[in-house]
Design a protein. Structure first.
Length: 389
């Protein structure tokens, strides 16, 4: 244990970016600089301080040398004391993150209680390899976790967070989707769009240890679905497009789909920094999704999305069913747990007689599209305008 701590400490020292001047006092501290991508439209840059937390997994995360030195000479060097001292110097009114599945965030109020804390859900959460896999353990330590507000996709996610954390829930839907104006379908650019959730790894690699599930088992029904969608596209003479999931292994992802569909039978759209995924889904006619956050966002915007549950019907993996944790039937107007051609035809018939308003209404309990994030902006403004005690 001591050796591991020492190794981790050395890694941080070697790969981090050193900050030699103390951080300045700011109104807003964004916890985990990755959150800046989701939250940058809410704040003036001059009012925010970014706090890095990924030193062990990413290079050039900043550490403050002066704070480290202060803690060393006072024999108080620890991760918690570093956070506490950093927060004391910045002295923010608001500490906010969009990495809602980082359980550490929910204990920060015990280190620095002067600020208000907001956590914003940025993706679907499950009981697979995510925060709700630890729900029973989190509940045992319920007194430890506090957060002033948690912004969630829906009320049922809010209930799960409240089961282990003292907090107030604000159902905002997806703040990224809300920030992106809906692109009217004046012209369909993508006749069929499949939203990839591909993750790197060989068939033999373990996807989940409990219950034991290999990548091959995890992908089996998805591969079947992709072939059926390809057949549907060919039969109806429609162009098939695959929306890539990860830029870091785009080559492997494309090879995966090419091996299933064939090189000439689809168009691969890689994930890039400047890709506007919301504009793409808004310009698509028919969209297919398994357990993608973007699929939910697309449907909440009124797009025609076919949802298929393709994961093994096992404990913990069932949280990939449509709508989870909202209780839904296995088969609905535009979702199903049956992977076959007939289900595509059935769902398409539903969409043929519905408009975007009908789809938004069906999605309301799962995720709503709230243009411009007015509720969250109002909450942030009220916190920043509060008088300091």
């Amino acid at each position: 244990m001591l050796i591991n701590k020492l190794v981790n400490f050395l890694k941080i020292l070697i790969f981090s970016k050193y900050q030699f001047s103390l951080p300045k006092e700011k109104k807003i501290l964004i916890y985990d600089s990755d959150s800046h991508f989701h939250l940058k439209n809410f704040f003036n840059k001059k009012n925010i301080e970014l706090f890095d937390v990924r030193h062990l997994t990413r290079k050039n995360q900043k550490i403050n040398v002066k704070i480290i030195f202060y803690l060393l000479i006072n024999l108080k060097l620890s991760k918690e004391n570093y956070i506490k001292r950093y927060f004391q110097i910045v002295n923010p009114k608001l500490i906010i993150t969009s990495i809602d599945n980082n359980k550490k965030f929910y204990s920060l109020k015990n280190l620095f209680n002067k600020a208000k804390y907001i956590s914003v859900q940025n993706a679907l959460r499950t009981t697979k390899n995510d925060i709700f896999a630890e729900l029973n353990e989190l509940k045992k330590n319920k007194k430890k976790y506090r957060c002033d507000y948690i912004c969630t996709f829906n009320k049922d996610f809010g209930k799960l967070y409240k089961s282990f954390c003292s907090t107030k829930i604000l159902c905002t839907g997806s703040i990224l989707s809300n920030n992106n104006k809906f692109t009217k379908k004046n012209k369909i650019k993508y006749q069929i769009l499949y939203i990839s959730t591909y993750r790197k790894g060989s068939d033999e690699d373990i996807f989940l240890k409990d219950p034991l599930t290999t990548n091959k088992q995890y992908r089996r029904k998805e591969i079947k679905l992709i072939r059926i969608i390809s057949t549907f596209a060919k039969t109806n003479k429609l162009a098939l497009h695959v929306l890539g999931a990860k830029s870091s292994y785009a080559k492997e992802e494309k090879e995966f789909f090419t091996s299933i569909i064939g090189y000439k039978n689809y168009n691969y759209i890689p994930r890039t920094i400047n890709r506007n995924s919301y504009k793409i889904v808004d310009q698509a006619d028919l969209i297919f999704s398994t357990d993608s956050t973007l699929g939910y966002e697309a449907a909440s915007r009124g797009n025609k999305v076919f949802f298929f549950f393709v994961r093994p019907n096992k404990r913990r993996l069932n949280s990939s069913k449509f709508g989870w944790p909202v209780k839904k039937k296995n088969k609905g107007n535009f979702w199903t747990d049956k992977v076959n051609y007939d289900e595509i035809i059935r769902i398409k018939c539903f969409f043929d007689n519905k408009n975007s308003s009908d789809i938004k209404k069906e999605m309301k309990d799962v995720m709503t599209y709230k243009k411009n994030n007015l509720e969250l902006k109002k909450l942030i403004k009220s916190i920043l305008n509060e008088k300091t005690k």
